[in-house]
Design a protein around this ligand. Structure first.
Ligand code: G3H
Ligand code: 13P
Ligand code: NA
Ligand code: ZN
Length: 323
């Protein structure tokens, strides 16, 4: 069955890699995640946002994730699969997911005053741990959009708060804010400089804060949200075939490799998958405007998504071969 994140994080920290946390809200995404991770023998966290829950129905998503465990076996290799609630915003929502069979939840009280974040997170942890479910908390606020919450600026995680937060709440992992952000628009080309190969490089994220946090809570599992790299070939394909995406630069993969080798043991990627699917679908429609069988465009989208996820586990997070 589904597993919680406890053992996976322990091994990931010791091994210097990170577990991929991919969002899903439909069948093709789920198939791409599972088949990619079976093929590369990677453990995986499949996560559901509030928006995904509203779109696809929590019960259906839960059965799909439980089915994914059997699907992996059918594909020929058993991998550990976690079903995780992404950015839970209330005790009731977390409880509902725990009661229905999720193996892990995030309670995101990062926008609340500190003491309220502690109280809410602690309440979720008490309920979750009684049900063998692991909990991710968050300190600091990422810039960008997530569900209905939008923040203009980063509020970096305050290293002075982390010991108090993790000891008082009992959380199993901590999401931090060090300059990554949600969505496909992380940095504009104007914010970037060019390296010796002419590649646009964004202003650095705050690895110094990550290092300071690691010193305060050595060996404690850290989570990095907003970790899409916004592959430029997808942006180009989308715009070539009628899309109108603004120029945007994501988190360089080199930085994610560096994060994965540290106490960061869960890396969240959603937007890159959206870009991969959209690029594939647009290409089909542009080349064959008469096509109207959803399998003929969702199939290629699923194939592209699988390639992307295999690449992430092998070349970026280092989780390939760890299942
Ligand atoms: O944190 C944001 C995730 O990418 C989920 O996005 O709320 O649009 O489903 P969503
Ligand atoms: P991206 O938008 O960078 O893919 O981040 C996803 C995320 O953090 C989900 O919680
Ligand atoms: Na790591
Ligand atoms: Zn997030």
């Amino acid at each position: 069955g589904l597993v919680n994140s406890k053992e996976l994080f322990k091994k990931a920290i010791e091994g210097g890699y990170a577990i991929p946390a991919f969002n899903f809200n439909n069948l093709e995404q789920l198939q791409a995640i599972v088949s990619a991770c079976v093929e590369t023998k990677s453990p995986v966290i499949m996560q559901v946002s509030s928006g995904a829950r509203k779109y696809a129905n929590q019960t259906l998503l839960r059965y799909m994730a439980q089915g994914a465990v059997e699907y992996a076996k059918e594909l020929g290799y058993e991998i550990p699969i976690v079903l995780h609630l992404d950015h839970g915003d209330s005790f009731e929502l977390c409880k509902s997911c725990i009661d229905s069979g999720f193996s892990s939840v995030m309670i995101d009280g990062s926008h609340l005053p500190y003491e309220e974040n502690v109280a809410l997170t602690k309440k979720v942890v008490e309920y979750a741990h009684a049900h063998d479910v692991t909990v991710e908390g968050e300190l600091g606020v990422l810039a960008g959009v997530e569900d209905d919450v939008q923040a203009e600026h980063h509020t970096y995680t305050e290293p002075d708060e982390v010991v108090d937060f993790v000891t008082r709440t009992g959380v199993d992992s901590l999401a931090i804010s060090i300059g990554t952000s949600h969505g496909a628009y992380k940095f504009t080309p104007e914010q970037c400089t060019r390296d010796e190969n002419g590649v646009l490089v964004p202003p650095t994220i705050r690895f110094d804060i990550l290092e300071e946090i690691e010193k305060r809570i050595p060996g404690f599992p850290i989570v990095l949200h907003g970790s899409s790299s916004v592959p430029q070939q997808y942006v180009e394909t989308i715009n070539k075939y009628g899309g109108k995406l603004k120029d945007s630069i994501g988190i360089p993969e080199e930085w994610l490799r560096r994060a994965a080798s540290s106490a960061v043991c869960k890396i969240n990627i959603d937007s890159d998958g959206r870009l991969a699917m959209t690029a594939a679908v647009r290409e089909v429609f542009a080349k064959d405007p008469a096509e109207f069988d959803p399998r003929k465009y969702l199939g290629p989208a699923r194939e592209e998504l699988k390639k992307l996820y295999m690449h992430k586990t092998i070349n970026v997070l280092g989780s390939a071969g760890k299942a």
